[in-house]
Design a protein around this ligand. Structure first.
Ligand SMILES: [Zn+2]
Ligand SMILES: [Zn+2]
Length: 371
């Protein structure tokens, strides 16, 4: 916990070796606020006392009950600090927005820009006329959304833009720029990514995707089902989508090893003029199970410990290597299970134990801590 706290909040450090007094700064929107946290000897966050600098106190004014509530609900200090940051961000934002109501010419400017762009492209505008959502269609008829947050000094100040893209959205803006030009830049960027989305759309429609659960346009990773609790994780480069992607085979060793050997042996056959899915088929010498040939349920085998498929965001990706067993588990479930057994032993972050199903040796790495 301490290392996570120090990593996320390098300015907040324990003052004593019991780690019951933390002192330093909390950073919110590039501003540092002095903060001291006193924990009881059992280091329960519920009982912690906060000493805030006056700016912090001022900012938290009216939010005290929320802070108290978050404190009661946070299992540890790291979680609580993150919660506190969120509350502070909301506080800073609302104070900032009250101060800045745009002048009348702002609205006139906005309406004239929207007229040039075409009202048909407007999907949404908020009641303050500050946040806009514009729609855009790429040449493959995929629909995209450009989120725009206008500054009170628009168009002198550049608007904030965001979109569901696998690359950073870098927009050029000068005081003479307009929403139409912004939309034009967005369309150009979309065109540069059509090949990437073509590659992924083909994979999504012709294979069973285990992860992400609902891929968005910014997701570059796909975990594709191969069968027998085996899958391949590919990371497609949005700028070079047809090139050999980063691949990682997951599953029991006796299934994965021959596939990995084929991948290594056939890698040179990768043809950048052909699609990623075709290349993967050729290189691995397999047919991927597809929605046309298989039910998804045959790949979403539940964890042998908690009997569910999805655990938070994780799917059972630890597989018993015994060919007759092959039972999948969630990493977190298997780790907790093995750690609780006296016969298991741990070396660094790896636990060695026995498969709960077949009692053959099995190992698991410590589950990554969620921050
Ligand atoms: Zn589980
Ligand atoms: Zn087993």
């Amino acid at each position: 916990m301490e290392s996570a706290l120090v990593k996320d909040n390098p300015l907040l450090l324990p003052l004593n070796k019991e780690k019951t007094i933390y002192d330093g700064f909390i950073t919110v929107q590039e501003r540092d606020f002095r903060l001291r946290i006193l924990l009881p000897p059992d280091r329960q966050v519920k009982q912690a006392r906060l000493h805030c600098c006056w700016q912090l106190k001022h900012l938290l004014h009216g939010y005290e009950h929320i802070v108290k509530q978050r404190q009661q609900q946070s299992p540890d200090l790291v979680t609580f600090i993150l919660e506190l940051k969120t509350v502070l961000e909301v506080g800073l934002k609302s104070r900032h927005e009250c101060r800045s109501i745009p002048p009348p010419q702002y609205y006139a400017q906005l309406i004239s820009e929207m007229e040039t762009l075409g009202w048909g492209k407007l999907l949404f505008i908020d009641t303050e006329f500050r946040t806009l959502r514009l729609k855009a269609e790429d040449s493959s008829r995929r629909q995209h959304i450009l989120n725009i947050k206008l500054k009170p000094k628009h168009p002198v100040e550049a608007p904030e833009c965001s979109a569901d893209l696998p690359v950073p959205l870098a927009m050029t803006w000068t005081p003479q720029s307009t929403l139409e030009q912004l939309h034009g830049q967005f369309l150009l960027l979309l065109e540069s990514l059509t090949e990437f989305w073509d590659v992924l759309d083909e994979i999504d429609s012709k294979t069973w995707i285990l992860e992400p659960e609902k891929p968005s346009r910014s997701d570059t990773m796909r975990r594709i089902a191969i069968g027998n609790n085996t899958s391949i994780k590919v990371e497609v480069d949005p700028r070079h989508p047809q090139m050999l992607p980063e691949c990682c085979l997951l599953g029991a060793e006796h299934v994965v090893t021959p596939l990995r050997n084929k991948l290594n042996a056939n890698m040179h056959l990768w043809n950048p003029d052909s699609s990623v899915l075709h290349n993967l088929r050729d290189v691995l010498e397999i047919e991927f199970p597809s929605p046309a040939t298989h039910e998804k349920s045959s790949f979403s085998v539940e964890c042998g410990i908690c009997y569910s498929y999805r655990l938070e965001d994780a799917i059972p990706d630890q597989v018993c290597n015994d060919p007759r067993c092959g039972q999948p588990f969630h990493q977190a479930c298997l780790y907790e299970w093995l750690r609780a057994l006296p016969s298991s032993r741990q070396s660094f972050n790896i636990v060695f134990g026995e498969c709960p199903y077949c009692s053959k040796p099995i190992t698991v790495k410590m589950a990554a801590q969620k921050s």
